[in-house]
Design a protein around this ligand. Structure first.
Ligand code: GLN
Length: 471
């Protein structure tokens, strides 16, 4: 029986695997066949593992024995190239880590392995997760499966494209300023950025440590919820992690969550606005209370704050790539020159730009003027969101100001690229959870809406996200 990959979800696949309609091996093989025909053009995967069928056989044995069977046993996953899987290559799509072999499993991987997931391969991304189009990868751009002249988004563009082209049933990505939600929006998928600390960052290459979270790409909100529940939890190896009980968010809406809308003046593509307004109307029709005109003081500074805080953290996190400890090395005239040569040749343009920017905002003469002011604003923005959540349960915005743009369209203008993150960065600055849910198409291109909730309130996001399909 040919497996209908297009309409498959984790929930359906799990039922089929348990019933014996197909095996995990057959499922993995179906994805490998798609990859064989499509990956050359799409470039979603940087590497497809050569033991996929062996992994699937182990899952089948578990299913046959009916022991330790979870919703993810035998489910095929694509994994972003900045997440460590023991013994496998992980490069963050950077030349500086070419050939680097992971010495241990990231906590999220350990959890997925325990659940019986099958790893198909590692996916393309912007170098060290810096970007919004996967054009900053050292290994070529990832194309959008809906229109191959366009980007799949970024930085987790490979993970999004892998699922969207039916090259995996689900994927993991990382989100520092929107890198799960924006590519999910561009590729017609659900993408979740969990509450800061909900998911362990142990074994994930750090970009901006106070902003980074790992999360799922999936075809449905229900699938994203299954993955989130599997990978979440406190971890002794990441002291910033929290338990499910750390926050006990109180719901205001009696029957359904109350949705708040922030007034954004301009800069949003008319087709995106149309889908957004349709989504608002749908929720209202379904009996949701929608409050317009929500204001959050200083929210307009979010992007500026992010582009100070993030590079500051990047510059310090990437200092470890010195040509001695990891991956690539280039000889210079002496020790310090080795460092310059290695980093000059190993890092791409965007990585170097951000290291310089971050070093600058942290330098003694400018620390107060930039970094400290950004930190202060980050606090007021967070307080503003907390205040807004005294009146609503969800804040809804578009996920990105436009649908997927053309490959090359924004490469020469980094600020235009940064503007794509306008709606997504607040959730990283505040640590609040946010989900992107498909909201239809602008022509042939998918468009997403973003729902943000209080700290620890993924439950409300899942509920409202699921309702959206039914209305
Ligand atoms: N596009 C954003 C950036 O370039 C977000 C990246 C991310 O979330 N990793 O920083």
């Amino acid at each position: 029986m040919a497996i209908d990959l297009k309409n498959l979800t984790i929930e359906k696949a799990h039922a089929a695997l348990v019933r014996g309609d197909f095996t995990a091996v057959a499922l993995a093989q179906a994805y490998l066949d798609v990859i064989a025909s499509k990956n050359k053009e799409i470039n979603a995967y940087l590497e497809v593992y050569n033991d996929v069928i062996e992994q699937a056989k182990v899952a089948d044995a578990r299913l046959a024995a009916k022991t330790d069977v979870t919703m993810l046993t035998g489910i095929s996953f694509a994994i972003k190239d900045n997440i460590l899987i023991k013994g496998r290559i992980a490069t963050s799509a950077s030349k500086i880590l070419e050939g680097f072999q992971a010495p241990y499993d990231a906590t999220v991987i350990e959890k997925l392995k325990k659940a019986g997931a099958v790893f198909i391969g590692r996916t393309n991304m912007d170098e060290f997760a810096m970007g919004g189009s996967t054009e900053n990868s050292a290994f070529g751009v990832t194309k959008n499966p809906y229109d191959t002249s366009r980007v799949a988004g970024g930085s987790s563009g490979g993970s999004a494209a892998a699922v969207a082209m039916d090259g995996a049933l689900a994927a993991l990505g990382s989100d520092t300023g929107g890198s799960i939600r924006q590519p999910a929006s561009y590729c017609g998928l659900v993408g979740l950025k969990p509450t800061y600390g909900a998911v362990s960052r142990n074994g994930v290459m750090a970009m901006g440590s106070s902003l980074d979270q790992i999360g799922p790409f999936a075809k449905t909100v229900g699938d994203a919820e299954i993955i989130f529940n599997t990978i979440r939890g406190q971890d002794p190896l990441d002291s910033t992690t929290i338990t499910a009980e750390t926050f006990s968010p109180k719901r205001l809406g009696k029957t359904k969550p109350i949705i708040g809308i922030i007034n954004y003046e301009s800069g949003v593509d008319a087709r995106v606005m149309e889908k957004f307004n349709e989504a608002v109307a749908k929720y209202e029709k379904a009996g949701y209370e929608v409050r317009r005109g929500i204001t959050i003081p200083d929210i307009d500074y979010s992007l500026a704050v992010y582009y100070v805080v993030m590079p500051a953290e990047v510059s310090s996190n990437l200092a470890r790539f010195d040509g001695v400890r990891f991956g690539f090395h280039k000889d210079g005239k002496n020790g310090i020159d080795d460092y310059f040569e290695t980093r000059g040749a190993g890092f791409g343009k965007e990585a170097r730009r951000r290291i310089l920017l971050g070093t600058y905002v942290l330098s003694s003469g400018y620390y107060d003027a930039y970094y400290n002011r950004a930190i202060a604003l980050r606090r007021t923005i967070t307080a503003g969101f907390e205040k807004a959540f005294e009146g609503v349960d969800i804040i809804m915005t578009p996920t990105a100001p436009s649908p997927a743009f053309k490959i090359g369209e924004k490469v020469s203008d980094p600020v235009a690229m940064y503007l794509e993150d306008i709606f997504t960065v607040p959730a990283n600055l505040t640590g609040m959870p946010a989900i992107s849910v498909p909201a239809g198409f602008a022509g042939d291109l998918p468009v997403g809406i973003q729902l943000t909730a209080r700290h620890g309130d993924e439950k409300t996001l899942f509920e409202a996200g699921k309702d959206f399909y039914g209305i």
